[in-house]
Structures are given as structure tokens and as C-alpha cells.
Design a protein around this ligand. Structure first.
Ligand SMILES: Nc1nc2c(ncn2[C@@H]2O[C@H](COP(=O)(O)OP(=O)(O)O)[C@@H](O)[C@H]2O)c(=O)[nH]1
Ligand SMILES: [Mg+2]
Length: 412
């Protein structure tokens, strides 16, 4: 991670978000760069930097690796968390996917706990519209304590709403999430001691993380805020409150579980208040069909009937073109035989050529071609109507007994 080389006149903006929500698309649209920095396992975790200016102000945008949470289970999460907490950015833009906002809100809330200077950029609004998902952006902003929220479709450009939001963003306090009274009590004890050392960072968030005994966070503190670890009084208080928590049945895991549960339930409530999904007639029709085609009572009989009908059509239907083809090809055999005889071809050539090669080919074509010409289009039709995934679903249970999965039925 490079957090250096940022000149005094430029304002650093962190670009955070879950993987695949369009962070790089937003980054490229704003900076005019074309970065493909991936963050898949095994690749060095990098944060790309790019510059852009808007209304006379110069910004440095830092595209952070995609993360689902800031509890730092992976190198990507560590990089994103450290930059948001210690990178000295003026603000963070958290990019969200409008089609699955609830999952994205978890990261939004975690980021808001670190810094209040957040712009929530709800991307893929075009996809949400296609799926009849409506997001009340104003309501979302008010649920997030007034943090600016903008809706964009970054792939088709038009990011001026995001630039406006950054331009007019005023400094705000970090969000205060309310945890259980035990947690709140110990955080209150730690808070004044933490505040002495890290006035720029979110002290409350740091106090919560200190309680967590997270190794990767201790390493980051050692690097970015060593004075916290060197403060004897703070360490003593930390030791006392932790043993007090332990005595009351609070391990690091239960503490983290409680914090996560609060965040998840808050995200769920916000989602329910701000997102509505209109079920359109096509989706309703799909749901009805699903109920009929995949239910236990009707799904299997319909599947057997349909597959039997395809087989019957293939076998019976193929008889007529087969007969026609074989009559045509075998009458041509006599014509060819007579033509070769007339041309004076020797018997040792005529017999293998006409009675061997031609006859075999005529049999293969008249027997194989008609069923194939019926069976494959029928299957393609079933695939186009979306029936094959339903067959896979119906057969999944049986296939799982043989340690396979329903999809394998389609390849058989
Ligand atoms: N439909 C649609 N697709 C988008 C939009 N923004 C990004 N994408 C697509 O979403 C995918 C992930 O985008 P990317 O910028 O790589 O996501 P990142 O992993 O968050 O950096 C790409 O295929 C983009 O083309 C958008 O506004 N609308
Ligand atoms: Mg990316």
C-alpha cells in the first residue's frame, strides 16, 4: 500500500467497497485511468492512486482492495482498514451495489464508525432498475445519520453527483453504534485514554478494536500508532477491563460476534426501510411456474412426462424422415451402381465402394440424422424456456445421494 506521495494541495479520498461493486469503474471514470488492479488471493494487494480535479480542487483517489468487512480476516481487509483508519484521507467513498444493498451496508456502517466523512455511492442503479428495485436515497442518508448518499451507474458515466457530494462534504463525527451495556461500559473507561494519543482517528472505534485482541490490528497499531501500545496506563486499564469481561463470560470471539450481530441487524433494518422491490408480472409468472415445475407433487411427474414426450417424439417422429431418407438413398444406390457398370468400372472397385462405403453411409444417415434433428432442437427449446435448470433442481436430491449434483443430469 502506498499512502505517501500526496502533495499538500491535493485531498486524498479513499474508495472502498465490497468486491465487484464497480470501485475500479468509478475510479477509472473519475481519474481517466484504466487500472485493472485485481485483489485475488496470491496477488500482491495494491491500492491504485489516481488524480482528478473538480471545481478547482485537486483530489487523489485511492482505489482500495475489495472487502466485505473491516474485521481484517484477509490481507485485503487489513489494507483497506489500515488506510481508512490511519491513511489520513479527508473522506471515504464507499461504493455499494444497488442490487444487493443489505450486504454492502455492513461495510458502510463499519466505515462510518471509523470516520464520519463518508460519501455513500450506490452504484449499478441501472441494474437495480431492471430488477425493479427502488432505493430511497434520501431515507438511506437519514438512516445513516445524514451521510451524503448518491445513486449512479458508473459504467455509463455521469459521476458529477459524486463529485458534487465530495465538493460539498463537510466534516462530520463518526457514527456511534450502540452495543450491549457491558461493552459500552468498558469502552467508556478506555475512551479518554485512547483519545490522548489518536485525536485524528476515531477513538471509539480504536477502543473497540483494542478489546478485540486482534493480532493483525496489534501489528497495524505497532506500525501506525505505537504510542497506544506504549502507554502503560492504557495497557493496564485494558488488561483490567478484559479480565472483567472474561469473568462475565465475554471472550474476544463473543465480543466480536456481538458487535457483528449489532451491525448486521442495523443493516437489515435500514435495508427494510429504504429498499422496495416491485414484483413485476413476468417475475410473478416465473414464480408461479417455479412452484408448479419444481414442487414435490407436480415437479417430478411433469419432468417425466416432458422427457417421455421428447423421447416419443424423437423415436416415433424420426421413423417417417428415416424411411424417406433410406428410400431415397437406396434408390440412388442402384443409379450409382448402373452408372459405374456402364462406365466399365471393375467389380473389385464397385463392390467395396457401393455395397461397402455408400451403403454404410446411407444407413448411418437415414438412421441417425432424423432423431438427432428432432432431439437436439427439442432440448434447445427446453433450455431456452429455462426448463433444464429446473430439471437439475428436481434431480439434485437423488444425485446428492450418490455424492453428485443435479446439474450432472444434464450432461448425462
Ligand atoms: N450494469 C452496470 N455494470 C457495472 C456498473 N459499474 C460497474 N459495472 C460492472 O461491474 C463489474 C465489476 O466492476 P469493477 O469496477 O471491476 O468492480 P470492483 O471489483 O469493485 O473494482 C464490471 O464488469 C463492470 O463493468 C454500472 O454502473 N452498471
Ligand atoms: Mg477493482
Amino acid at each position: 500500500m502506498r499512502t505517501d506521495t500526496v502533495s499538500a494541495e491535493t485531498e486524498t479520498i479513499a474508495l472502498a467497497g465490497n468486491p465487484n461493486v464497480g470501485k475500479s469503474t468509478v475510479f477509472n471514470a473519475l481519474t481517466g485511468l484504466h487500472q485493472h488492479t485485481g485483489n485475488w488471493p496470491g496477488k500482491t494487494v495494491e491500492s491504485a492512486h489516481g488524480q482528478f480535479s473538480y471545481r478547482g480542487r485537486q483530489y487523489t483517489l485511492v482505489d482500495l482492495p475489495g472487502t466485505y468487512s473491516l474485521f481484517a480476516h484477509s490481507a485485503e481487509e487489513t489494507v483497506a482498514r489500515d488506510f481508512l483508519c490511519f491513511g489520513g484521507a479527508r473522506a471515504a467513498v464507499v461504493v455499494c451495489d444497488a442490487t444487493c444493498l443489505e450486504r454492502n451496508l455492513n461495510l458502510v456502517l463499519q466505515t462510518l464508525e471509523i470516520t464520519g466523512n463518508v460519501v455513500v455511492c450506490v452504484n449499478l442503479m441501472d441494474e437495480a432498475e431492471k430488477k425493479h428495485i427502488h432505493i430511497d436515497l434520501e431515507q438511506l442518508s437519514s438512516e445513516l445519520g445524514g451521510a451524503p448518499v448518491v445513486g449512479v451507474s458508473a459504467r455509463s458515466g455521469g459521476l458529477s453527483v459524486l463529485e458534487d457530494a465530495l465538493d460539498t462534504l463537510s466534516p462530520r463525527e463518526a457514527m456511534h453504534m450502540e452495543y450491549s451495556p457491558q461493552i459500552e461500559q468498558v469502552v467508556a473507561q478506555l475512551l479518554p485514554l485512547v483519545q490522548q494519543h489518536c485525536p485524528d482517528c476515531c477513538a471509539r472505534w480504536l477502543a473497540l478494536r483494542l478489546l478485540d485482541s486482534d493480532k493483525s490490528f496489534a501489528e497495524s497499531l505497532h506500525r501506525f500508532c505505537p504510542q497506544l501500545l506504549q502507554d502503560q496506563k492504557l495497557q493496564q486499564t485494558l488488561h483490567t477491563v478484559k479480565s472483567h469481561l472474561h469473568q462475565n463470560g465475554f471472550s474476544s470471539d463473543t465480543l466480536r460476534d456481538q458487535i457483528t450481530a449489532v451491525l448486521v441487524s442495523r443493516a437489515e433494518k435500514i435495508y427494510q426501510k429504504c429498499v422496495t422491490r416491485t414484483v413485476c408480472s413476468a417475475a410473478e409468472r416465473d414464480q408461479k411456474l417455479d412452484r408448479i415445475l419444481t414442487s414435490r407433487r407436480t415437479g417430478i411427474p411433469i419432468m417425466l412426462l416432458l422427457l417421455a414426450a421428447v423421447l416419443w417424439l424423437t423415436i416415433t417422429g424420426a421413423n417417417y424422415p428415416s424411411e424417406l431418407l433410406s428410400a431415397g438413398l437406396f434408390s440412388l444406390q442402384n443409379v450409382l451402381w448402373n452408372a459405374l457398370l456402364h462406365a466399365g468400372a471393375p467389380m473389385w472397385l464397385m463392390k467395396p465402394l457401393i455395397l461397402g462405403v455408400y451403403r454404410t453411409l446411407a444407413w448411418v444417415i437415414s438412421v441417425m440424422l432424423p432423431p438427432m434433428a428432432i432431439f437436439f432442437p427439442c432440448f434447445t427449446l427446453l433450455e431456452d424456456f429455462g426448463y433444464l435448470p429446473r430439471v437439475a433442481f428436481n434431480l439434485d436430491h437423488c444425485f446428492q445421494r450418490a455424492h453428485a449434483c443435479g446439474k450432472q443430469a444434464l450432461t448425462m
